[in-house]
Write a protein that binds this ligand. Sequence first.
Ligand code: SAH
Length: 284
Amino acid sequence: MDRRKMGPREHLGLLFVLVLLLSLWFVRHTSREPAFLAVTENPNAQEQERASEPNEVESTRPDHSHPAFAERVVERQRMVDSQIRSRDVKDPNTLKAMQAVPRHAFVPARYQPSVYEDHPLPIEEGQTISQPYIVAFMTEVLKLDPNSIVLEIGTGSGYQAAVCAEIARRVYTIEIVEPLAVTAAKRLKELGYSNVFVKAGDGYYGWPEKGPFDAIIGTAAADRIPPPLIEQLKPGGRMILPVRGETGFQYLILITKDAEGRLDRLNVMPVRFVPMTGEVQKRD
Ligand code: SAH
């Protein structure tokens, strides 16, 4: 048997291993919160990673941090009670949205005193912002929930889009008058409505790349219902828009599409909206 004695190099090696083992024992038993554990054993680490995945990010509803949300709250409360709740709008989400959205942030300076009154008001480019009750009524009829994807035709000031965006997941809105689209997009962004997307264009064609939609709302009176909008309505979806009949009177029409794609049409109430322009006026 080879019983060779250990030389100085082996002694050094043994000493090194001993020191290493000792220091490992020391770290393990004395340090209470070793930094490397804090990182690798974070139970939320995976969650956080998932949340930052772009397709998984939940739509961000407005956080109401803009100062306008805290202004004229009592006037809005009065508007909701006396013009909307009193006329039988009952959906709690709609009432909450009408209370939340600062309507005065959507209207030109000269109409500020009457912005919470019971009527429509002029906005830029000869267009109008609807009466608060009509906005609430149309919103309620759509039966929106936090998963709804909405299409609006006729952005105007952006007010109706903001009301829908308080409830729905995302709102896509189209405005044919480009300066209005630009102003509304800027306003909505400033107010924190990052779940509203504005496009300048003719709403007749809808927004096929973003559809189909759970709900479609038209806020300009069409001479007939644009067929592309019907196509872009999801089965189970609802669409409300003003349509001008042969007599010249306008009615709000509610279209529902059932799970099999069958359509139902209901005349809801007489209204007065600005006309829908563009393609819808060209065809017979
Ligand atoms: N929803 C708006 C009010 C809209 S008034 C609000 O809350 O303020 C109707 C708007 O529809 C006008 O701004 C008008 O320019 C726009 N409009 C008319 N025809 C259109 C069309 N074919 N496509 C998109 N927008 C249209």
